[in-house]
Design a protein around this ligand. Sequence first.
Ligand code: NAD
Length: 336
Amino acid sequence: MAEMIYKTLGKTGLKVSVIGFGASPLGGEFGSIDLEEGRRAVDRAIDCGINYFDVAPYYGRTLAESRLGEYLEGKREKIILTSKACRYDIDDFDFSQKRVMQSIEQSLKRLRTDYVDLYQVHDVEYGRFDQVIDETIPAMFKLKKQGKIRFVGITGYPLTPLRKVAEAADVDTVLTYCRYNLMDQTMDEILTPVVRRKGIGLINASPLHMRVLTDKGAPNWHPAPKEVFEAAREAAMLCRRHEATIAELAMQFALAHEDVAVTLVGMSKVHHVDANVAIVGTEPNAALLAEVLEMIEPVANICWKEGLPENDDPGAIDKRTLGMERSKEMTKEASK
Ligand code: NAD
């Protein structure tokens, strides 16, 4: 079994495994899952030294938190547990202090614990800047004083509002997704310099570009244009010809980032945990990596619009709109 590597998460002092367990698949975000396999994946991750778990009420519309809480029963103290507030559905956001205070109580109950290690504003790009700074983040610091959370972070997709909030507030961590992987490296242009200067912990989520960089390919709700999927498919075929997989190469690429403390990959299956842990400490095949990056280059760094219009990154395109259908299905399942 590969030896896990740990890094310090900014100024929090938390020693986090370089691979973090993204729990959104436990909520069925990538399709329905085998619940016992989900439990085994969590157990396996802990046995392999993964100590960082990321979840949110939004994932599976509370299902991911409830399932993870159940699977972690008796193991809570072995791990660093993080959750989020403010996003509850595709288009249901609430950045008020009142909702943050209610939300933490509900999350703690579902997670079967009395504190989370890191609590994050989920997708800051959907909040008004003034409210996030004057109300949401201060509410989280109140929770910190009450001992319900240990550290405060922000998450999101567009880099411009993440940078703006990170500059204006003393947050402990910033999480961005789909902005540093084989498909997109713009995190380094916009966000990395600020987090480096302020000593903020950097969390890089979706190293597989939300399943684009796998043999299975993107789920039908993925917001990227089809040209991105086609380029990834070609790159996956190239990897297979070299007896490698695109997922392996994508993980190696993401894990090599020096400023990133934890790379968050979504998992609900034991064999994915094993495959991802096996990557730790390995180097990519340099020639293959160069060829894949060249192949992807015409569609690299394509980003889509998320959030309020004032938060768009330069050059962001309209996303596809299949998300609403998925959301309706998920809400139905969660309320069963
Ligand atoms: P990802 O890029 O990690 O892809 C996950 C998908 O890839 C899942 O379908 C999983 O089954 C599959 N997979 C995992 N390992 C694999 C392997 N070795 N081979 C083939 N397939 C594999 O995307 P993600 O799950 O969206 O992102 C990771 C985590 O980051 C999420 O689960 C979530 O916890 C977090 N996240 C947070 C935010 C936010 O806060 N705004 C946004 C996105 C993601």
